[in-house]
Design a protein around this ligand. Structure first.
Ligand code: NAD
Length: 446
């Protein structure tokens, strides 16, 4: 039975996850190869899907005394890992075994065990323009008379893949593009489609893939901080085609920690006067982010969160003067093993200052790959769920993003634990289970 006031549950009408789910990745670098190699290693029983909520997470149903917490993958009808099929695009040719070696994330013992599988996947030529990613020079790219022509070529690639798979998801695991502000060309689908014909500079390659995917009725996930789908034109197309979209930029290392610590300070009404964040990383992503245009895109995506969580307008005594600084430094010796430092200046009772230091020696793509997997599986679920697929933005997946997307006029939710509750309650809701409010008074009834 569902909570009074909640919308009608739709469990009975969710289409089953039968057949093959095709995952198309735009960009086949570190995150993509770690995702695909990881899925294959897990399918072969060589490793466990650690970090994946869809595979290892549980969901409590009913009261605490019911002791009923199934695995999420047994509770909701998501695709099985055995049913996943992969393809994608990159500006470099070759195969995924070579790409994984270049990325230097997974060790050669793991890669050799799945080498034939990885060698069998070869990127399709990409829609690319160096104006949008200045540090890369593409060698495996499409040519066309204008942006519309390139987008139509991507549609043809998707149509071919549709012949081999039953359902599809497109995920951007490509490089960070230069910072773009929304302009007139992004305000409606008609303006956007005309802009593709006119080669409007406001339309980046990532938006050609997004347009092609959504036009084909396929959900689009954005793992990078690019503007891509966070514009009215894509929202319109997404709703028109029942092809979901969600936020941008995987919430993996430093921002993941921020979205845990900032709510902790706020919930205890501790003040924050400064938050200095710096990173060193040496992978190709780090090289791209070393360029000011791409860094600006990343910086914007990372900056918004503190203000959204701390709400200085509601709590001016605690948060109105925060000095928030973010730095990303390209440092090749570390490759994908990023180090991020945070120095946080906080203050407590009577304004007495304190400091907290965080040094996170993380592995970027090891943190990102399970998020990419979950998003593919949940976005496919959303596309099969009548109460979700027509919404456009899937706010319940905010959990995964540095910059979650939300309906116009609604501020996005950044607090990791609120995001987690929102996601689990959405799953309960679509399956017709009671939502969990954590009220708990009924355990102490008179
Ligand atoms: N690794 C993480 O923890 C993490 C976290 C959040 C966001 N991201 C973002 O995810 C993206 C991928 O990260 P990565 O570490 O895999 O980077 P990467 O450089 O290893 O891979 C990106 C790939 O995209 C390709 N590419 C660039 N433009 C393209 C285009 N137009 N079409 C097709 N392919 C294109 C590049 O050739 C490259 O192979 C980046 O934008 C990064 O900022 C990564």
């Amino acid at each position: 039975m569902s909570t009074p006031g909640a919308a009608t549950p739709v469990a009975a009408s969710i289409q089953p996850a039968t057949g093959k789910l095709g995952i198309m990745t735009v960009g086949m670098g570190a995150v993509c190869t770690t995702l695909i190699a990881g899925v294959e290693a897990i399918r072969k029983g060589l490793a466990k899907p650690i970090g994946s909520i869809s595979q290892m997470g549980t969901i409590r149903l009913g009261k605490r005394t019911d002791a009923n917490s199934p695995l999420i993958r047994d509770f909701v009808p998501i695709a099985k890992l055995d049913d996943l099929v992969f393809t994608g695009w990159d500006i470099f040719g070759g195969n995924l075994y070579d790409a994984a070696k270049t990325a230097q994330v997974l060790d050669s013992v793991t890669l050799e065990k799945i080498r034939p599988f990885l060698e069998s996947i070869k990127p399709m030529p990409a829609a690319f323009d160096q104006h949008y990613v200045k540090r890369l020079t593409g060698t495996h790219i499409k040519s066309g008379k204008n942006k519309r022509d390139l987008a139509d070529q991507i549609r043809k690639d998707i149509q071919e893949f549709k012949k081999k798979t039953d359902r599809q998801v497109v995920i951007w695991t490509g490089s960070t593009e230069i910072f773009l502000e929304p302009t007139a060309v992004h305000q409606s689908l008609a303006a956007f489609e005309k802009g593709m014909e006119d080669n409007d500079p406001g339309i980046a390659p990532s938006q050609l893939y997004a347009w092609a995917a959504l036009t084909e009725g396929i959900p689009f996930i954005n793992g990078a901080p690019n503007l891509t789908v966070d514009i009215p034109a894509m929202n319109e197309l997404s709703r028109k085609m029942n092809a979901p979209i969600c936020g941008r930029d995987f919430k993996t290392g430093q921002t993941f920690m921020k979205s845990v610590l900032a709510p902790a300070f706020k919930t205890r009404m501790l003040g924050v006067s400064g938050w200095f964040s710096t990173n060193i990383l040496g992978n190709r992503d780090g090289e791209v982010l070393d360029e000011p245009g791409s860094f600006k895109t990343k910086e914007e995506s990372k900056l918004g969160l503190l203000e959204m969580i701390l709400q200085p307008d509601l709590h001016p005594d605690l948060y109105k003067d925060i000095y928030h600084k973010i730095r990303i430094n390209y440092y090749p010796p570390r490759a994908d093993n990023k180090e991020s430092w945070d120095n946080i200046d906080i203050f407590g009772w009577l304004g007495y200052p304190m400091q907290l230091k965080v040094d996170f020696l993380c592995r970027d793509s090891i943190l990102a790959a399970p998020l990419a997997l979950d998003l593919c599986l949940f976005m496919d679920l959303a596309t099969r769920t009548p109460g979700l697929r027509g919404l456009g933005i899937q706010e319940w997946l905010s959990f995964y993003f540095k910059a979650p997307d939300s309906a116009p006029g609604v501020y996005p939710e950044h607090d990791l634990f609120i995001q987690s509750m929102k996601m689990k309650n959405t799953l309960r809701h679509i399956m017709g289970e009671d939502l969990i409010t954590h009220l708990g008074l009924d355990y102490y009834g008179e």
